[in-house]
Write a new protein. Structure first.
Length: 58
């Protein structure tokens, strides 16, 4: 499982909008890896933002 898949799994498990800092905390991941994965997921339109700086799976 790559980082992007882990980020999506964490978001789905929580069931609420999360910011990158919370994903790092919940997943025990590196911040730079989470930021890179989230950028990729945004480009692929797999995550959307219901409010500024918070993301949910699309």
């Amino acid at each position: 499982m790559d980082i992007a898949e882990k980020v999506l799994a964490i978001m789905r498990a929580e069931g609420q909008p999360l910011n990158a800092g919370k994903i790092v905390e919940l997943g025990g991941l590196e911040r730079k890896d989470v930021d890179k994965a989230m950028t990729q997921l945004k480009k692929e339109e797999k995550i959307v933002s219901p409010k500024r700086c918070y993301w949910i799976p699309a």
